[in-house]
Design a protein around this ligand. Sequence first.
Ligand SMILES: Nc1nc2c(ncn2[C@@H]2O[C@H](COP(=O)(O)OP(=O)(O)OP(=O)(O)O)[C@@H](O)[C@H]2O)c(=O)[nH]1
Ligand SMILES: [Mg+2]
Length: 282
Amino acid sequence: MAGFLRSITERFRGRPVDWDELESMLLQADLGVKTTMQLVESLRAVSGYSATADQVEREAREELTKLLPPPHPPLLPLPDRPRVILIVGVNGTGKTTSIAKMAAMLRREGRSVLMAAGDTFRAAAIEQLAAWGAKLDIPVIQGAYQGDPAAVCHDAYEAALRNKTNFLLCDTAGRLHTKHNLMQELSKMKRVLGRQDPESPHEVLIVLDATTGSNALEQARQFKEAAGLTGAILTKLDGSGRGGTAVALQQELGVSVRYIGTGEQQKDFARFDPKKFAAEML
Ligand SMILES: Nc1nc2c(ncn2[C@@H]2O[C@H](COP(=O)(O)OP(=O)(O)OP(=O)(O)O)[C@@H](O)[C@H]2O)c(=O)[nH]1
Ligand SMILES: [Mg+2]
C-alpha cells in the first residue's frame, strides 16, 4: 500500500517541484499546519530550487519518520491486579471492533482478558460486544441498557480481580467531544475505576478514524482535555493512505498512536511500528 507521499511524487514527475502546491498537498494529507510548514521549509533548504520529485519524497519520508511516535513496548500484566484499559472516542470510529481485536491480540500472547460492555446507550451495542466475545471465546460483563456505564466497569473490575484476569478492556458509548455532560460521564467512569485501584484506568486510548483528518485531531484535543489520554488507536487505514494524522497527533498534541486498525476483521490490527507505518501509510 502506498501513502500520500507517493501521490506527491507522481504529481511532480517530469517538472520542478512547486513548493506552494507541495504545501497544500501536505496539508490535505492531514499533517497539520505546524508540521507542514516545518517540513516544507526543511525540504526547500535541503533540496534547493532544482529538487526532483523522488528526492522530495525520500527526504519527506525520512523527516516524517522522525516525527512519528517511537514503538511502545507491549502491555504487560500487573502482578496482583488487572490492567485496565478504557477505550473512548466519538461515534463510529471503531471502538468496539478495536476492543475485540485488542482482546484477541492479548489472548494470542497468552494473557487472560475480560471485556466490559460500557456502552449502555446505543441500541445493540451490548449485543455487538457480546457477539465478539462469543466468537473469540472471551468473557464479557454486561449491564442493562440505559444503565450507568460506571457501574458496569465497576462490576467488571470486581470480576476481573476475583478471577485474576490480566486485562480488563472497557468499551464506552460514542460521544461527541462537544457534549459536556457525556464528557463528564467519562470522568465518572475514571473516578469509579480509580476507587478500586488508584492507578486505574492504566490506559485511556482514544479511537480515531484516520479518514477524518483534522477532525480526528480536534477530537483528540478535546478528549485529552476532558479525560486525559495515554495514546490513540488509529483505525480505517486500509486503502486510505491517510497516515498523516499519526504525525499531527504526535507533533501537535503529544498523543502517540499505539495501535492501528486496517480492516474489519480480527486480524486487521497491529501495534504501531513507525518504520513500517512510514513505509506503508505515509
Ligand atoms: N475498514 C475498516 N473498518 C473498520 C475498522 N475498524 C472498525 N471498522 C468498522 O467501522 C464500523 C464501526 O465500528 P464500531 O467498532 O462499531 O465503532 P464504534 O466506535 O464502537 O461505534 P459506536 O459504538 O457506535 O460509537 C464497523 O462497521 C466496523 O467494522 C478498520 O480499521 N477498517
Ligand atoms: Mg461501539
